[in-house]
Design a protein around this ligand. Structure first.
Ligand code: HEC
Length: 185
């Protein structure tokens, strides 16, 4: 007869945790659109005012700054890929697994738009959202880079793996994480 109150208790606290997680997940997901918009606007401006070579330079300078600007404590916001340009964006084991899942889901016919993954990993709430290659990305991530653009990328990123893409392919993902205050046991 003692088990009933215990179960109720457990049920309630799990319920409360689930609600918290839902709230935190919504909070994290809300950080993605402004981050994405600022990145897009920055590249677009740089392309228009200075052309693609200057835009590569601004991207190198500004992309990490924009990411830290959109990382509101305790959230950390960034981008990753299975083929990175900047080694600092390399995927960890969990991110690699999720990127592979995204690629498999796309291969089985699901659109990349809105593809997301949410999980609690080692007491962190983690969120990823797929990023597709669009036409404006091809100048720097496509198959036929202008020689001067390729040269600038080679100079700034000697280990670049992020070119040769076609439109519609999975380029990478937004990746967000925050520590959970109440560990899920
Ligand atoms: C003007 C050139 C340029 C254009 C256009 C461009 N990128 Fe990039 N991209 C870069 C550079 C440079 C980096 C490395 C930034 C850094 O050092 O963090 C990068 C990094 C990334 C990353 C982070 C992972 C990695 O490889 O380091 C993603 C994801 C990405 N770009 C996606 C896109 C998408 C999607 C588009 C089109 C909407 C796009 N890029 C357009 C130059 C460009």
């Amino acid at each position: 007869m003692r088990t009933l109150p215990m179960l109720l208790c457990l049920g309630l606290s799990l319920g409360a945790q689930a609600e918290d997680l839902q709230k935190l997940t919504a909070e994290g997901k809300a950080l993605i659109p402004p981050f994405q918009q600022q990145l897009m606007a920055t590249v677009k401006n740089a392309m228009q005012s200075g052309g693609p070579v200057v835009a590569v330079e601004s991207c190198q300078l500004l992309a990490p700054q924009i990411a830290s600007q959109h990382s509101q404590q305790p959230w950390s916001v960034g981008r990753t890929s299975l083929q990175v340009r900047n080694p600092a964006n390399a995927a960890d084991a969990w991110e690699q697994q999720v990127l592979q899942e995204f690629a498999q889901q796309q291969a089985s016919g699901q659109p990349l738009a809105g593809m997301q993954k949410v999980a609690v990993v080692d007491n962190e709430l983690r969120i990823m959202q797929a990023i597709a290659v669009g036409e404006p990305c091809l100048a720097c991530h496509g198959k036929n880079l202008k020689p001067e653009v390729a040269a600038k990328i080679d100079q700034l990123y000697p280990k670049d793996q992020a070119r040769g893409y076609d439109p519609g392919q999975l380029r990478g993902a937004f990746t967000l994480r925050r520590t959970l205050d109440n560990p899920l046991e």
